[in-house]
Design a protein around this ligand. Structure first.
Ligand code: ZN
Length: 327
């Protein structure tokens, strides 16, 4: 990296921190129902309006040592964390994309994704207004892109143009989630197993990523949710000293990873006995885990384990943005 890139990167980190600070305001005021521009920020506990130097992202938290200047109430570490994550994602997007209109669009996608994830994680709420704004960002950007392509005389069929890709993304995202909604409703015996907010998040992501990518994002979302749930479940088993099940699940995970790697390396093709042995070991461990799982643990220890799907979808969107296979 040359001096120019370092300077620009530093500047983008500062911009990202400011947007992260604004993001905290957007989330807080969505809960309190206040406007995002007025009134001035105040301490949620003592209600005293903050001084200007209480509002500097990251720095204020350090200067105030994580406490309100007036009443000394602890300020949640979530605020500086959200600011830092926003800044880092803004910078990563710049390093991947470079300065362009597309970068501004992706920054908006990152911003709205984080707004949805933070409100969902904090209070298990998805605001329809946030999803609407998120979806509109996608539709407007792709309408603009279609307009520019038309002006340049780019030949495209109706299916190839970015706007119809975006509209179909909204429909496909909504449809997949609606089917999932229905299936989980029936499987949970007529109880709501998920919130309708997840449908709106999928539709908004569909507007931003288009129909060709939204179904991949949703599938990745399921995998990420399963992974997060699994890790939390393992952590609880460890805390409860249920080492049999903890070890069993860990063994299945490691064996499954080894299976995938061996298959990729072509080890199975060369050695059928290895494949047979490995398969038996994997299935055997899996059966052991299932017997442990359904024998005593399930039912009592799984309550409250449901990880909200919204944040998993958002993470899948980030994977789509940052991984090499994404455009
Ligand atoms: Zn205070």
């Amino acid at each position: 990296m040359d001096t120019y890139m370092i300077t620009v990167s530093f500047f983008i980190l500062l911009v990202g921190l400011c947007f992260g600070s604004f993001l905290n305001v957007v989330v807080l005021r969505a809960f309190s129902g206040e406007s995002i521009s007025y009134p001035a920020s105040k301490c949620p506990v003592c209600q005293k309006p903050l001084y200007w130097w209480h509002n500097i992202p990251l720095l204020s938290y350090i200067l105030l040592r994580g406490k309100c200047y007036f009443c000394k109430t602890h300020i949640s570490w979530q605020y500086p964390l959200v600011e830092a994550i926003t800044a880092i994602l803004f910078l990563l997007a710049f390093l991947k994309i470079g300065m362009s209109m597309y970068l501004i669009f992706i920054w908006a996608v990152i911003f709205m994704s984080l707004v949805l994830a933070v409100t969902d994680i904090k209070e298990h709420v998805v605001f329809l207004m946030h999803c609407l704004i998120f979806g509109l960002i996608g539709l407007i950007y792709h309408a603009g892109a279609t307009g520019i392509m038309a002006l340049n005389g780019t030949e495209m069929t109706w299916l190839q143009n970015p706007l119809s890709n975006s509209i179909l993304g909204v429909l496909l995202g909504g449809l997949i989630m609606l089917v999932y909604f229905g299936v989980s409703y029936v499987m949970a015996g007529g109880r709501m197993a998920m919130g309708d907010g997840d449908i709106y998040i999928a539709m908004a992501l569909g507007a931003c990523f288009g129909w060709e990518k939204i179904w991949i994002i949703i599938i990745m979302g399921f995998l990420i949710q399963a992974l997060i749930t699994g890790v939390i479940f393992e952590y609880r088993l460890f805390q409860e000293k249920n080492y049999k099940l903890f070890g069993g699940i860990l063994a299945v995970a490691i064996l499954a990873l080894g299976y995938w790697l061996s298959n990729k390396a072509g080890l199975f093709e060369e050695n059928a006995l290895y494949l047979l042995g490995y398969t038996i070991a994997l299935i055997g461990t899996a059966i052991y885990v299932c017997r442990q799982l359904f024998g005593k643990v399930l039912g009592s220890k799984t309550e409250g384990l449901a990880v909200p799907f919204g944040p998993a979808l958002v993470i899948a969107g980030f994977v789509m943005i940052f991984f090499p296979f994404a455009a």
